[in-house]
Every structure is written in structure tokens, then in C-alpha cells.
Design a protein around this ligand. Sequence first.
Ligand code: NDP
Length: 327
Amino acid sequence: MFKAVVIEKDEGGYRANVKDVDESELPEGDVTVRVSHSTLNYKDGLAITGRGPVVRKFPMVPGIDLVGTVEETSHPLYRVGDVVLLNGWGVGEGHWGGLAQKARLKGDWLVPLPSQFSPQQAMAIGTAGYTAMLCVLALERHGVTPDKGEILVTGAAGGVGSVAVCLLAKLGYTVVGVSGRPAESDYIKSLGASEVLERSAFASAGKPLGRERWAGAVDVVGSHTLANVCAATKYRGVVAACGLAGGMDFPATVAPFILRGVTLVGIDSVMCPRPERLLAWQRLGTDLDTSKLNLIANEIGLADAIPTATRLLDGQVRGRVIVDVNA
Ligand code: NDP
């Protein structure tokens, strides 16, 4: 038996509880992992609370991230005792995930734990941090170098935003954060932002084109915020869009794209091919100041994941949440 957060949906309603689960109930896979830590991402919040249609079958163990030790394997890349990590691939949505003491997975989904990180540090980064890295890689790929000007990061006190600020600052970019929490301004500056702007300035309908300010941007918010960011992006600037914390709509015009040559890059971490994942984790190993992870992450136990999911969706959690599944 092992402990897991289990989401059920039936005539009794939609609910998440910590339960004892028999190992025979684990899904199919060629690698069984003794999980040490998982995390809470925005998507885990949606899954646990049921506020978004993330879970595709029930009962479901949530947790889109995990790190742990291989216990059984028939996959050629992995041996018993290897420490591995997993982000995405629909785990925690359609396949049992990391908020459990055990997981059975496809070995093709796993990544060896990079040597620079402890298991806790890898989860302090988690999907949010790996997505922030994918956003930075996209800016680089499209030619945004530090000399081009300021980079805007929205939702800067959240998980993706916090790691994006850290990465960009260490790489020499001038970073401006956007946050709805004035009390977190000092935190965002301590991660490397030179300035923090108020979220409300971006949150409602703006003009098709504004004053050109941003050489690049990482947006986790979507909706009017993303439209306003595009409208204020400089000639040939680049916006990496990865989130919908403010809404899934995109009430914009084509003006920034056809008059200023702005590039809007979509970022998906879930199905991102393995070579790019390995590159993102390798770059996290060299470009993230790990001392900043102590500022970004808090650790909780398995049962606390359930109430913390609500706080996360309500925008009350700063940075990242590591879940010690054995506590
Ligand atoms: P968090 O909850 O940690 O951070 C989101 C942040 O967005 C909040 O901290 C808050 O920052 C800001 N925010 C919240 N609500 C609103 C709102 N209504 N309007 C404007 N800003 C808001 O989540 P994550 O960092 O884990 O994820 C952020 C987004 O990125 C989510 O939408 C998530 O689904 C998406 N995502 C996408 C991935 C992909 O593969 N494309 C992978 C990972 C995440 P502040 O308080 O500073 O304003």
C-alpha cells in the first residue's frame, strides 16, 4: 500500500482526499518510481479543486511533476536505483501522477535528475521552472539578446514568473515584473527584477498599439494582459505566451504583428519533445542561481497539497510549492 492524493468524481461529487492505495492499482508502465517529492503547479490546483476540466479520467492521482528513485524497470535507459524526474506528458491528468508515494510511468517520459540539483531543488523548479526556461529559450531562438532592451515578465510572484525573472536576470537581461501583489515587490526585485509594475495597468482593454517598450516578454496571464503586452512590444520584439491565469481569451488586433513584426511564440511544456526538455534542464543547470530557489520555494506535506491548491488558484501562494510525499 502507498499514500496518494486521489481525485474522485461520482454521485458523491468532485473530491480529493489522501488515501491508501494498493500497488496493484498502479497504471501500466515500464518504470516504477518510489516518489520522494512532487510539486503544486497551477494545473494541479485546477485538478485538485475541480475548477478546470484538467482530469480526464477518475479516480485520478494528480501531480504533473515528480522526482524519485527507480524501483522496477524494463526500460533500456533506466536501472534500479536511478534518480529520475518527470514533467507533464499528461501525467496527473490522464495517467496517475506524482502526488503519491509511488508512480508507474513510461520510461520515455523520464529525465535523469541533472547532477546540479537535489531532488527538492528539481521540484522547486518543476514544470513551472522548466516552462520558464522554454520561454527563455524561445526568446533566445528569436534573437532577443540582453542589449535589445527590457524584458517583461507577468505573474512575476507566481511559479513560472519567479523562475523566469531569476533566469533572465542571471543571463544579463533587464527584467521588469508585473504583479497584482504590491507586498511581493521586494521579493520580485530580490530575484533580479529592476522594476515591478502593477497588474491592473495591463488587465483591461487597451489600444491596438502602444508606446514601444519591451524587447521581449514572458506572459503567464493571457487575455487583455497578453494583448497589451503585444501592443507595447518593440519593433521585431518577441512575446512567449505560456499561461492563462487571467483568462484563455486573446482580445487583440494583428497590428503589433503586421506593423511592428512582433513574434508571438506559443510555449507548451506538456508534450515538448525529449531533446528540447533535456536542453531546458541542462540550461537550468547552468543558468539558474540555485541559491534563489530558497527564496522561491516552500515545502509542504502530502495532505497539505489539498488546501494549498485552493490558495494557489486564489493567487495567494508565492513562488513554488514542493510537496514531500512522505511527510
Ligand atoms: P501560479 O499560480 O504560481 O502563478 C500565476 C501568477 O499569475 C500568480 O501568482 C499571479 O501573479 C498571476 N495571476 C493570477 N491570477 C491572475 C489574474 N486573474 N490576472 C492577472 N494575473 C494573475 O501559476 P504557475 O506559475 O504555475 O502557472 C502560471 C500559468 O502558466 C498558468 O496559467 C499555467 O496554467 C500556465 N502554465 C503553462 C504551461 C505550459 O506548458 N504552457 C506550463 C506551466 C504553467 P502576481 O500575484 O505576481 O500577479
